[in-house]
Design a protein around this ligand. Structure first.
Ligand code: PLP
Length: 352
């Protein structure tokens, strides 16, 4: 399996790329990585032109969502090198998701090498603009043509990439959700698997009709404890302490979350990973000790939350400009990625 067959495109789409007017996730680079699983093994690793694939209407993944994905980024450092941010963590998490969904594991080292080759081939697609990046989407889906619920015997693993410009990271308005549930204990919340996102669409749409950008999910049992928000982990600063829900089996263990916690601990900030009750948030807001609320995720890094809706009430949070920790950690992560800050945690992986 060590050989990757490479077929280069004869018609690059690069000349049509208009980075200024790019819509996130809508523009695809010239090439993709593919490998297939059959006869008990991952095989036929190849890099080929990005193009449509043939799909059987009977593909198991289409019916029963036996499908998982990842999201990470490549970008330029200030020394004009292309690097990835913690890619090993993404492939380790992909295998964790795979196990829960009965998908055969991938070889993480082999896949990282394949990804580096892919990014190298499409290096002209990595925007050399501060804040811009190449978003990378690995995914695995079941390809057995079969009607009936069972783990597939065949799978396809694809990695494709999208150039993305700097996000306009406006602060968001979120609603605490108390009726619908994203994940329950014993379920698949910790797995980056397709069904989790499908089930979130309807409750999110309802909140958006009320003027919110996103939901804050609460626990599936009592709806008393904060979980996460959209595809971001949630963090708050109360009384100078950084608090975030435990990443048990209902919360996706974000790599940005982990990076923010590691930096906070390194700075000597008190960090608490524990249950965070909605009531505690309300009390802290009333007492004026809730100074920062934000989401963390690869797409935006840090997303400030400015308003929280709860049972028809709107809690207005402190102005973003005065939020010391989240602004500082956002800058720190940007500097580590750029290479202007020492990479003391070993998070930066050169594409070569
Ligand atoms: C991907 C994701 C996150 C963020 O994870 P990162 O590794 O930081 O990008 C958080 N919550 C959910 C539900 C996600 O799917």
């Amino acid at each position: 399996m060590s050989n990757i067959k490479i077929e280069l495109t004869k018609q690059s789409k690069l000349k049509d790329l208009d980075l200024e007017n790019i819509v996130f996730g809508r523009e695809f680079s010239d090439h993709m990585f593919i490998m297939d699983y059959y006869d008990g093994q991952w095989r036929d690793a190849r890099i080929e032109p990005f193009k449509n694939m043939e799909v059987s209407p009977a593909f198991l993944s289409l019916h029963y969502a036996q499908s998982i994905f990842e999201g990470l980024k490549a970008f330029y450092t200030q020394n004009d090198e292309i690097v990835l941010f913690r890619p090993q963590a993404n492939f380790a998490r992909l295998n964790k998701s795979a196990e829960r969904m009965c998908i055969p594991p991938i070889d993480e080292a082999f896949t990282l090498n394949a990804l580096k080759q892919l990014v190298n081939i499409d290096r002209a697609w990595v925007p050399n603009v501060k804040g811009a990046s190449l978003y990378i989407r690995p995914l695995i889906f079941a390809t057995d043509e079969f009607v009936g619920v069972k783990p597939s015997e065949t799978y396809r693993f694809v990695i494709f990439t999208c150039p993305v410009n700097k996000y306009y990271d406006a602060p968001v308005k979120v609603k605490i959700e108390e009726s619908y549930t994203r994940a329950c204990s014993g379920g698949v919340g910790y797995s980056k698997t397709a069904g989790n996102y499908a089930s979130s669409l309807y409750p999110t749409k309802l909140a958006q009709k009320e003027g919110f950008d996103q939901l804050i999910w609460t626990d599936g049992k009592e709806h008393k404890f904060i979980e996460e928000s959209g595809t971001m982990n949630l963090m708050v600063v109360i009384d100078g302490k950084l608090i975030t829900p435990i990443s048990g089996d209902t919360i996706l263990a974000g790599i940005t979350r982990d990076s923010v916690l590691k930096i906070a601990r390194d700075w000597g900030m008190p960090v608490e990973e524990r249950n965070l009750a909605v009531q505690e948030l309300l009390d802290a807001h009333a007492a004026g000790t809730l100074t920062e609320v934000f989401g963390t995720g690869t797409a935006v890094t840090i997303c400030h939350i400015i308003t929280i809706g709860y049972r028809g009430q709107l809690l207005e949070l402190p102005a973003v400009a005065g939020r010391v920790f989240s602004n500082k950690v956002n800058d720190q992560l940007a500097k580590i990625r750029l290479g202007s800050e020492v990479d003391k945690f070993g998070w930066i992986e050169k594409v070569g």
